[in-house]
Design a protein around this ligand. Structure first.
Ligand SMILES: Cc1cc2nc3c(=O)[nH]c(=O)nc-3n(C[C@H](O)[C@H](O)[C@H](O)COP(=O)(O)OP(=O)(O)OC[C@H]3O[C@@H](n4cnc5c(N)ncnc54)[C@H](O)[C@@H]3O)c2cc1C
Length: 375
């Protein structure tokens, strides 16, 4: 077993290097904690995954955050990348009615798609970053570089002991920490904390989850049989086939540069259980092409295409789930184990950052950490 840090600084282990884990690590390291950030995947960023290829920014996961967010711009300011924030260029949205695109009133699209956003948020659009949401992940990663110890490993179990929380890793190594932050999906968290919380964490693994699949398609503008206008179109539930729910006109939505004479589109799907098993990445691309070609009068295949699948990735925040989270937290926090992120505290990127910063505050007061030095 590795002993706790011999320096004065208390050790905090953060499980998961998605946005939440990175923000907790960044804020705690700034307060002088000895942070170990453990990520199972080779890639950092979790549900934020940006690729930049063929001269375009492609989001395989989240594409932006709610316009009302204060926490994300503040984080960007602290990281020195506030000038990289971009606004949605247009919020004009259409609904597909038969073969026609019919303009919607502001806010209608999000309401029809059932987005988990407050009423006053409807119609305000989202914000993103010039190089895609991955730019936030890359900047956080770079800025914790010398200050946080990173491990590519899987956390298997957390067990309270008289010396702190014992963190068992898939590689067989063990760490002991004064506090542990669990910033993983809830189904994984339930397993990790089974010892520490007993039955109190069982409900975390029982919340309803939604899946997502999407495909991004790069076309020559000359392939379009109608002019593109607005941020995209949605498909009302009664008219949806094969789970096709929306298409973003990415090129117009964010005003990012694309190669001359091209347009970038992203088609979104709500997959069924059978789709998740039976349809592979080329299958999602084919389905996306078939789904958008009719409404946009497209001729021929796209120049380039990308797709991603996120099975059971998005929690549904009903009253029962919120109570399950509160029960688990009440059992875990006395041991120094904290749940953080949008898998526990609300949908999306803004909620992830708000949760990460709230948990960082609770850990800092528990461990008596100093406020960060002024910049
Ligand atoms: C397709 C898609 C589109 C989205 N679009 C938007 C959007 O436009 N706007 C918005 O606000 N939100 C959006 N979201 C949601 C948003 O991306 C998430 O809420 C947010 O990124 C979650 O961050 P997180 O760090 O809390 O969790 P995650 O990103 O899920 O990160 C959890 C991390 O924990 C790691 N992990 C899991 N188990 C272990 C273990 N045992 N040991 C070590 N590491 C482990 C995982 O590998 C992962 O890296 C979208 C999500 C998806 C899937």
């Amino acid at each position: 077993m590795t002993a706790p840090s011999s320096s004065e600084a208390p050790r905090v282990v953060v499980v998961g290097a998605g946005l939440t884990g990175l923000v907790v690590a960044y804020r705690l390291a700034a307060r002088g904690a000895a942070v170990v950030l453990v990520e199972r995947d080779a890639r950092t960023g979790g549900q934020i995954h940006t690729v930049r290829e063929a001269g375009v920014v492609v989001e395989l996961g989240a594409e932006g955050f709610v316009a009302r967010s204060e926490s994300v711009p503040r984080l960007c300011r602290d990281l020195g990348i506030e000038s990289e924030l971009i606004d949605q260029a247009t919020t004009l949205t259409y609904a597909l009615e038969g073969s026609e695109l019919v303009e919607l009133a502001p806010g209608e699209a999000a309401k029809i798609l059932g987005f988990q956003v407050p009423r006053e948020e409807l119609g305000r659009g989202i914000r993103s970053m010039r190089l895609g949401m991955g730019q936030l992940i890359e900047t956080l990663s770079a800025s914790i570089g010398g200050r946080v110890s990173r491990r590519h490993d899987e956390v298997r179990r957390l067990s309270p002991s008289s010396e702190g929380v014992v963190v068992e890793l898939g590689s067989g190594a063990q760490l002991t920490a004064a506090a542990v932050v669990v910033a993983t999906p809830a189904s994984r968290a339930t397993q990790l904390v089974a010892d520490a919380a007993g039955g109190a964490a069982a409900g975390l693994g029982q919340g309803a989850l939604l899946s997502n699949a999407s495909a991004t398609l790069l076309y020559d503008a000359s392939q379009l049989g109608r002019p593109l206008n607005g941020s995209g179109f949605i498909v009302p539930a009664r008219a949806q086939t094969s789970g096709f729910r929306a298409c973003s006109f990415v090129t117009l939505k964010f005003n990012r540069p694309v190669p001359d004479g091209t347009v970038l589109l992203r088609a979104f799907f709500r997959p069924t259980e059978e789709d998740l098993v039976g349809r592979d990445i080329p299958g999602w691309i084919d389905l996306a092409v078939a789904s958008v070609s009719g409404p946009l009068h497209l001729s021929g295949p796209p120049r380039r295409a990308w797709a991603s699948m996120w099975p059971n990735a998005l929690p549904v925040y009903d009253e029962g789930y919120r109570e399950a989270v509160a029960r688990a937290e009440a059992a875990l926090e006395p041991h120094g184990i904290f749940l953080a992120g949008s898998h526990f505290h609300g949908a999306g990127i803004d909620a992830a950052v708000v949760s990460a910063e709230a948990v960082e505050g609770r850990i800092s007061s528990r461990l008596g950490l100093e406020p960060p030095a002024p910049r």
